[in-house]
Design a protein around this ligand. Sequence first.
Ligand code: ADP
Ligand code: MG
Length: 298
Amino acid sequence: METILTVQHLTKKFGFLTAVKDLSFTIEKGNVYGILGPNGSGKSTTLGIILNVVNRTSGSFCWFEGNTSTHEALKKVGAIIERPNFYPYMTAVQNLKLVCKIKEVPETKIEEKLELVGLLDRKDSKFRTYSLGMKQRLAIASALLNDPEILILDEPTNGLDPQGIHQIREIIKKIAAKGTTILLASHLLDEVEKVCSHVVILRKGEKLYSGPVDGMMASHGFFELRTTAMDKLRELLEKSASFGKITQENGTLTAYLKEEMQAEELNKMLYDKGLVLSHLVKRKESLEEQFLTLTKNN
Ligand code: ADP
Ligand code: MG
């Protein structure tokens, strides 16, 4: 696997405040990463550091396995970390031509990128006539002009209406499907769930989890159970080493697994002990519930 970025023990202090604390993670080519955390958890600071616009306090980061200087490496990075800003009285195409000059890339890329973000039919409209969603899409087109190895987006759907949010997410998926690595910061769990393959979860600058989005959901889950003999059921489960916390509410018992167990297995075990269930459902905690559990108590 090709490593795009390695971040090691990164710390950023603003005076007494530690915005990012001993943060380590790696970004492999072809994946879509989310940095997920509530407001103020250090997402933008982290992006600022790896893009060389914020100075780190300690720790290190390294682009493309360290074979190029950060300055050279950043030429292969497309990033949108601020509100899109173009010349209001110039059209989309005119604005992108200017970007091509600055980035020293051929203007032939313009139509391809406008097509990708769904703005080809509005290419000759002035920037000031664009909606916020269109502005954001133009910024994405602009960031892609030099076919970067990785696209970095900070809260790409902030402030957009539901349709605008949907369009941006679909575009991100399309870009990812073409093989471009993506790193996006978001405080929205469902955004990360919908768009990302991997996630780094931050709380107050500290990493709580990093790994596949699927992996987060792979807690062992829990059973919801009902029977006429609830006391006996509870007794049996409390004796079993497979279960941790057991709660009871409204005639339903919830038993959390400490290890993997299928519903069939539990059903058979209870039946063999003379207990018949009237209700048996196995559930996994959603990423959302886990995220809320991880981020509360701050
Ligand atoms: P996020 O992007 O996750 O909302 P930020 O990285 O913007 O979080 O901020 C992390 C913390 O650092 C916050 O407490 C914020 O107030 C603080 N912070 C960010 N930038 C500065 C700065 N330039 N000066 C002082 N404090 C800052
Ligand atoms: Mg931010």
